[in-house]
Ligand binder design. Structure first.
Ligand code: ADP
Ligand code: MG
Length: 244
């Protein structure tokens, strides 16, 4: 579904690569966690996948399509939630959602149903008539999430999606992520919250200093560590320390 090949990013003024020669395959139906400490290169990788940043080297394929070959087709396949919910401040919540639904050609019946469903789920329905500039961080996060879920893309790319959400909304989002995968879709999300990853993910990759230092199911990572009693936190600390 999503394939990263030798993906590398060097920001202009930096000598070391922020992301260095990443190879990764996320399969259809997988809930995949991208873990790493602050500054590891998660957001940089995600921004390359979404086409916001151009890679210094390497290639990205979604469903076998490269952004270079067919950018529109490539971008129609995924929905993206960034780590900073920047929005059009002067629009109301509902105007924003209608705009997104127009961009992605969601028909009026489906958009109404989706907006009602997610509006209720994230407890934001009654605020949708207000302008976005009055929204709190959590409300903005919910609105961006709704915009992404609205057009039901095959691949969800979520950068630290639980940040800023209240416990109830975070729970609902996690359930939605699982449900999306159960239906044969794919979720790729970054987090530094290990408990979330351990409970939720089919497979994880750990990135540290721009390099993938571990990849597999939680059980595979435990087996590699040759100690079945280790928690994901132990494994995480081991591989990150070793790499540093
Ligand atoms: N726009 C930028 N210009 C220069 N360096 C950047 C930029 N964005 C991120 N970096 C650097 O790249 C590295 C990876 O950052 P980032 O991808 O944001 O990490 P993460 O999302 O894992 O916290 C960090 O060292 C960060 O300082
Ligand atoms: Mg980040």
């Amino acid at each position: 579904m999503l394939e990263l090949k030798n993906l590398t990013k060097c920001y202009d003024k930096r000598k070391t690569a922020a992301v260095s020669d990443i190879n990764l395959k996320v399969n259809k139906g997988e809930l995949f966690g991208f873990l790493g400490p602050n500054g590891a290169g998660k957001t940089t990788t995600i921004k390359m996948i979404t086409g916001i940043l151009a890679p210094t080297a390497g290639e990205i394929l979604i469903d076998g399509i490269s952004i270079k070959d067919d950018p529109i087709k490539y971008k129609k396949n995924f929905g993206y939630v960034s780590d900073t919910p920047n929005l059009y401040e002067r629009l109301t919540g509902i105007e924003y959602l209608e705009f997104i639904a127009d961009v992605y050609d969601v028909n009026s019946e489906a958009r109404k149903a989706q907006i009602q469903k997610y509006g209720a789920m994230f407890d934001i329905y009654n605020a949708l008539g207000d302008r976005i500039k009055s929204f709190s961080h959590g409300m903005r996060q919910k609105l961006v999430l709704m915009g992404t879920l609205l057009h039901n893309p095959k691949l969800w790319i979520l950068d630290e999606p639980m940040v800023g959400l209240d416990p109830m909304s975070a729970y609902c989002l996690k359930e939605e992520m699982k449900e999306h995968c159960r239906q044969g879709n794919t979720v790729f999300f970054s987090t530094h919250v290990l408990e979330v990853a351990e409970k939720l993910c089919d497979r994880i990759a750990i990135i540290s200093n721009g390099v993938i230092v571990a990849i597999g199911t939680i059980d595979e990572l435990k087996a590699q560590a040759e100690d079945g009693n280790l928690t994901l936190e132990d494994i995480f600390m081991n591989v990150v320390r070793r790499q540093e």
